[in-house]
Ligand binder design. Structure first.
Ligand SMILES: Cc1ncc(COP(=O)(O)O)c(C=O)c1O
Length: 392
C-alpha cells in the first residue's frame, strides 16, 4: 500500500548518501563529540578551498555566521544595504548587530539585488562627508552592503565590488544558497581584491535544505586570515588561552560540534557531483515546463556566474497563491517566495529603495518547486503535470 511518505514530494529533502555514518561513528568513538576534533578542522579546510579563501570558521548556523560577520565588519548605528526579497536572516542579524537595513529591490533581469538601483541609491540619495557616505534622508552613515545570492545563482560581483570600492563599503556575502558557485570560472574568493580582504566576508548555511547539510550549521569564510582569527576567537567564548578562564572580549559560543562537522566532511566529498545532479534536474524541469506550459519564466541567471541550482524557482503569468494551494493539497510541497521584508511589520520602518516593486511581483507570482538533491525525474514529471493542471 502507498504511504503518505511515498506520495508526498518534499520541497527540499536532505540526502545523506555518502560516508556520513562512518565519520559520525568515528567522531563518537574518538570521544571528540563537542567543539574540538579532526572533522571541524577538515571541514574548515575544505570550505576555505571551495571559496578560494584563506580560512573558514564553522559555527552553529548560517544565522550565527551572519551575526558574527556583522559583529566583526559591521558598524553599530550605520546603514546596510540589503535585498528587499530574501529569507529574513541577514536583515535580522544586521538589526541585532545594531545596524539599520536599507532595502534594495531585485533586478527583473538577474532576480538578484539590483546593482543599478544600488548605484542610483548611492549617487542620488547619499553624499560623501569626511571620507564617509551619508544617507541624506536619514542622516546616518552607510557602511556596508549585504549581498544575498538567491536560488543558487550570484549577483554581479564585479559591478558590486567596484561600487563597494568606490564608496568604501564593507561587503558581506550571504552565500547560504550558493555553496560551490563560481564567478567567471573562479571560486568566489577570487573576486576579492587583496587590498579589500578585510572588508569582504562570506557566510553560508548547512541546514537541511541547503546544497549540503550538517543537520544544522553555518560558516564564515574570508580571504583575511586575521579576520578569521578574530571570528574564531569571538565565536568560541573569547578565551585568551585554553587553560585559563581569562576572557578578553564578550565572547559567544557559536561553535559547530565535531559530530556535525563529520557529516559536513562526508557531504563535501559529494559537493560537485551534487551540483552537477542539480543542474540536470533544473534542465529537466526547464524542458518539461516548456513542453507543457506557456508564459512561465524560470529564475533568470547571471551570465557571468556558474551557479549551483539550489532551488528551481518559476514565475507564473497569474498569481501563484491558489496554484500553490492546489499542489500542496496533492502533497507536492511547493513554496511561495519570501514576503518582501519591507512588507513585514518589524521591517516596515526601514527605508525601501525600489523600482516597479519587482520583489512584490515575485512574491505574488513565483513558486519554489521541489528541488532536493534526491528528487527523481518521475517526481519532476508529477510536479509539472500537477502544475500545468493547476494553472489551467
Ligand atoms: C539566504 C539565507 N541566509 C541565511 C539563512 C540562515 O541559515 P540558518 O538556517 O542555517 O540559520 C538561510 C536559510 O536558512 C538563507 O536562505
Amino acid at each position: 500500500m502507498q504511504t503518505f511518505e511515498d506520495r508526498s514530494i518534499d520541497n527540499y529533502a536532505p540526502l545523506l548518501n555518502g560516508r556520513e555514518r562512518d565519520y559520525v561513528l568515528h567522531a563518537i568513538e574518538s570521544g571528540w563529540v563537542s567543539y574540538g576534533g579532526r572533522y571541524v578542522k577538515e571541514f574548515e579546510t575544505l570550505l576555505a578551498q571551495t571559496f578560494g579563501c584563506a580560512d573558514a570558521v564553522t559555527v552553529a548556523s548560517g544565522t550565527c555566521a551572519l551575526q558574527l560577520a556583522f559583529e566583526l565588519a559591521g558598524e553599530r548605528d550605520t546603514e546596510i544595504l540589503i535585498p528587499a526579497l530574501t529569507f529574513a536572516a541577514p536583515a535580522s542579524a544586521a538589526v541585532r548587530a545594531g545596524m539599520h537595513p536599507v532595502f534594495i529591490d531585485l533586478n527583473p533581469q538577474t532576480w538578484q539585488i539590483d546593482d543599478e538601483l544600488l548605484a542610483a541609491f548611492l549617487e542620488e540619495r547619499c553624499v560623501r562627508r569626511d571620507g564617509r557616505v551619508v544617507n541624506t534622508a536619514s542622516g546616518r552613515l552607510v557602511s556596508s552592503i549585504c549581498l544575498v545570492h538567491l536560488w543558487g545563482d550570484l549577483a554581479r560581483l564585479d559591478r558590486i565590488h567596484a561600487l563597494a570600492r568606490q564608496w568604501n563599503l564593507v561587503v558581506i556575502h550571504d552565500a547560504a544558497q550558493c555553496l560551490g558557485a563560481c564567478y567567471k570560472g573562479m571560486p568566489l574568493g577570487a573576486s576579492v581584491p587583496d587590498d579589500r580582504a578585510d572588508q569582504i566576508i562570506f557566510t553560508t548555511s548547512f541546514n537541511a535544505n541547503k546544497i549540503i547539510t550538517t543537520g544544522a550549521g553555518g560558516a564564515l569564510i574570508a580571504k583575511s586570515q586575521s579576520l578569521c582569527r578574530k571570528a574564531r576567537h569571538l565565536s568560541s567564548t573569547a578565551k585568551a588561552d585554553t587553560m585559563s578562564f581569562f576572557h578578553d572580549d564578550y565572547g559567544l559560543n557559536f561553535r559547530m560540534s565535531n559530530i556535525n562537522a563529520a557529516i559536513g566532511v562526508a557531504q563535501m566529498e559529494l559537493l560537485f557531483d551534487r551540483i552537477h545532479r542539480k543542474q540536470k534536474l533544473y534542465e529537466y524541469y526547464a524542458t518539461a515546463i516548456q513542453k507543457r506550459m506557456d508564459g512561465v519564466r524560470l529564475a533568470q541567471r547571471t551570465p557571468e556566474s556558474a551557479g549551483v541550482f539550489w532551488m528551481t524557482c518559476i514565475e507564473l503569468p497569474q498569481p501563484s497563491r491558489s496554484v500553490i494551494e492546489k499542489l500542496v493539497a496533492q502533497h507536492i510541497m511547493v513554496r511561495p517566495v519570501w514576503i518582501p521584508l519591507p512588507q513585514l511589520p518589524v521591517y516596515s520602518r526601514f527605508q525601501y529603495y525600489q523600482h516597479d516593486a519587482f520583489s512584490t511581483h515575485l512574491h505574488e507570482h513565483a513558486i519554489m518547486l521541489p528541488s532536493g538533491p534526491g528528487i527523481t525525474e518521475a517526481q519532476v514529471d508529477r510536479v509539472v503535470s500537477a502544475l500545468a493542471e493547476a494553472c489551467r
